[in-house]
Design a protein. Structure first.
Length: 327
């Protein structure tokens, strides 16, 4: 039996465990905003697009004869997923295609492009399996470095601007009327989702990462009320599920992504049953959470607009004083 100490000191498990914690922290942060915007499937679409990026990385690596052959796979996935996120926002803002149709095109075009391009690179669709469902044996120090950088960026933006992001995602029309940068915030959330997909591909897999963004948030909504509390609870659930899933795969030969997602769904089921036993309908709880989130978000909007008004008033009072001084 492998001890916990052996796991932490093993070169094979140390990197996956660190990345698992990073995934558990970042995925629910992005997922909280996606759930609030009713864009739960965005991560799925970006995951499929990221597969095309992986295949392009393989193809470029084959042309350049780099070693190992998948050295450029993760950078390719990052570029493809970010471009896909920007394309979705472009279609949503100025295009004439509905959001669900655009997501469907990302779904099918991403997986089809990945299979075709990986074949052109001299590989087979089997080369994509580790990126589809996650794999522990392929994680390297380079993957860890990329994961740390992406996680720091996502957490810095998601937590540092949480009030602004919550205001826009909870009530976009109210935020727009209040003068907040709605378009910029939407782009930021889409790019954060793309970074999270890239961060999670090695461990969870492109097909499973969207679930880790959404399911812990859904589970948290059955337990707590409020935007901030939901996010923090979802982060705790996702970290526990990620670490638990990896530990299970050490002893049982199973894909880590599937185990992690099933553990998250198990927590969600427990939350539903607990609420049923306590006699509080889940729909009412979610509505309460939504009202609480809207209250928090509108408070953030008021704070922002009041700060702007104060600054404008200060400028207006300072201007005459400056004029008198000059005369």
């Amino acid at each position: 039996m492998i001890s916990a100490f052996d796991l932490l000191t093993s070169d094979v498990m140390r990197y996956p465990l660190i990345i698992a914690v990073l995934i558990g922290l970042t995925a629910p942060v992005v997922g909280t905003f996606l759930v609030q915007k009713r864009l739960s499937l965005l991560g799925d679409g970006l995951g499929h697009v990221a597969l095309t990026g992986v295949a392009v990385g393989w193809l470029v690596g084959a042309w350049l004869s780099v070693s190992p052959g998948d050295l450029l796979a993760i950078p390719g996935a990052l570029a493809a997923s970010v471009l896909g996120a920007l394309a979705i926002e472009y279609v949503r803002e100025v295009g004439h295609t509905s959001r669900d149709v655009a997501l469907a095109i990302l779904f099918y075009g991403g997986i089809a492009g990945g299979v075709v391009i990986i074949q052109l690179a001299g590989g087979t669709s089997q080369n994509l399996m580790g990126y589809l469902f996650g794999s522990l044996s392929t994680v390297t120090s380079t993957d860890l470095t990329i994961a740390v950088v992406l996680a720091v960026v996502v957490l810095a933006v998601g937590l540092g601007l949480s009030g602004l992001l919550a205001a826009v995602t909870t009530d976009e029309e109210f935020a727009r009327a209040s003068g907040l940068p709605v378009r910029l915030v939407n782009v930021l959330i889409a790019v954060m989702a793309a970074l999270t997909v890239t961060l999670s591909m090695r461990i969870v897999g492109a097909l499973m990462v969207s679930a880790l963004m959404i399911v812990p948030v859904a589970a948290a909504q059955t337990m707590v009320i409020g935007f901030g509390r939901t996010m923090r609870t979802a982060m705790a659930i996702a970290v526990a599920a990620s670490l638990g899933g990896l530990l299970i795969t050490v002893y049982v030969d199973l894909p880590p992504g599937g185990v992690i997602v099933l553990l998250s769904i198990g927590v969600y089921a427990i939350g539903l049953l607990s609420r049923a036993v306590l006699g509080a309908p889940v729909g009412r709880i979610r509505s309460g959470a939504g009202r609480s989130a809207r209250t928090e978000a509108r408070g953030e909007v008021r704070d922002t607009t009041e700060a702007r008004s104060t600054a404008d008033a200060g400028d207006a009072t300072r201007a005459p004083r400056t004029s008198r001084h000059l005369t």
